[in-house]
Design a protein around this ligand. Structure first.
Ligand code: ATP
Ligand code: MG
Length: 254
């Protein structure tokens, strides 16, 4: 870990960058994971490095959907495990019946094992998608990244896929699943194709999801269904784009 002073204006961002670089050196992440992180950083900067109102809205709808789900699955890739393993584990524990499944874009047996270790060190139990697990390919995808667990993503009705690739998000939606993503780029294919898009940094969004889970647990099914049915993802994304364009018009931080 580099010596980063807490008074540095980019302290939080630099801490995350350091975590990612260290995880790459330890073989948990592929080199491309760092590039994906950098793209996220750029969007986060433009969004003011805060959870904006459309993201707050999407978080509430995402939690309502996860509480209504029969088979909710939290799909975890390397970046998510490195940045937010504990939040994922804590969220999974609060959602009745939720499973955690490892799904890597550039899947290698070594990295799967390392991500499994990161999750288990954070308290995860019963992780799916382990190297020795059975799997079935997801229709519409090819190669190792098409892998999905028969009792996880395959039978899920609602899947949370932070930082997903567009192809995979699209394949999941085509299979009739409700896809919730956390993606800082509101223009990505994932953001556009998903059912519920939380445009926020996952290190901010996941703790807020845990808080929201505690609030919404008190709601009836009817109330949760109303929240989900009233949501329009395209409209919500357009609100995020408005925030970005205002940012450039004002030429100042939000
Ligand atoms: P798509 O395939 O959906 O069109 P892409 O190919 O542009 O997207 P990928 O590399 O597949 O992007 O996925 C990385 C995505 O994750 C980027 O959109 C990036 O903004 C986002 N991202 C990176 N780090 C974070 C983070 N910490 N929190 C949320 N989103 C992030
Ligand atoms: Mg992609």
């Amino acid at each position: 870990m580099h010596d980063i002073s807490p008074t540095h204006p980019r302290y939080h961002s630099l801490i995350l960058r350091d975590k990612m670089a260290k995880a790459y050196q330890e073989g948990i992440l592929a080199d491309t994971a760092l590039i994906a992180h950098g793209r996220g950083e750029a969007f986060d900067y433009i969004l003011g490095e805060k959870t904006n109102p459309p993201a707050k809205k999407a978080i509430i709808v995402a939690i309502a959907s996860l509480l209504l789900a029969e088979n909710p699955v939290l799909s975890v890739n390397g970046n998510t495990a490195v940045l937010a393993a504990e939040d994922i584990v804590n969220l999974a524990k609060l959602i009745p019946g939720a499973r955690v499944e490892i799904n890597l874009f550039y899947r290698t047996p070594q990295r799967v094992l390392k991500v499994q270790e990161v999750l288990e060190n954070a308290g995860a139990t019963g992780v799916l998608g382990k190297e020795s697990d059975h799997y079935l390919p997801l229709e519409g995808l090819e190669g190792p990244r098409s892998r999905a667990h028969p009792e996880g993503v395959h039978q899920a009705d609602v899947v949370l896929v932070p930082l997903e690739d567009g192809d995979r998000a699209e394949a999941l939606v085509a299979l009739g699943k409700k896809v919730i993503t956390i993606d800082l780029n509101p223009l990505s294919r994932t953001a556009k194709k998903s059912s519920i898009t939380i445009v926020d940094n996952l290190v901010r969004a996941l703790p807020l999801m845990i808080t929201e889970m505690k609030n919404l647990k008190r709601c009836s099914r009817g109330e949760l269904e109303k929240i989900v049915n009233e949501f329009d993802n395209d409209y919500n994304l357009s609100k995020t784009l408005d925030i970005i364009s205002q940012h450039f018009k004002r030429d100042e931080r939000l």
